[in-house]
Ligand binder design. Sequence first.
Ligand code: HEC
Length: 98
Amino acid sequence: MKKLIGTSLLAALLFASCTPKAVATTTAPAAAASTSEQLAQGKTIFENSCKKCHGLPKPDDFTSVEWVGIMNSMAPKARLNDEQHQWVYDYIVSAKTK
Ligand code: HEC
């Protein structure tokens, strides 16, 4: 019994000491560049919010620079917050084939 407690205490200590590190590595890159998760979010938002008023545009229909201006006028229409605006823009640019 004593041995069992010792083992689980050790496991708890190991777990506790590893947790903050795991959290730090998952949050740090998210703040910098867009992660695949954010691109996936951007894709979902794009496909759901950007075809309400017109057909879904194709990423290749406009240049990356043109998309900046388009997103500046369309994000408020689609009621996107700043983060969602960024995710959708990043997704569109990542989905371009030319
Ligand atoms: C509330 C309605 C509405 C929503 C939602 C909306 N749009 Fe639009 N969109 C418009 C209207 C109206 C126009 C045409 C007039 C204009 O350019 O403002 C347009 C035009 C466009 C054009 C053509 C621009 C050009 O220069 O030919 C693109 C591309 C576009 N929207 C992309 C998007 C994207 C991407 C989203 C999602 C983030 C979106 N729209 C969401 C109403 C909307």
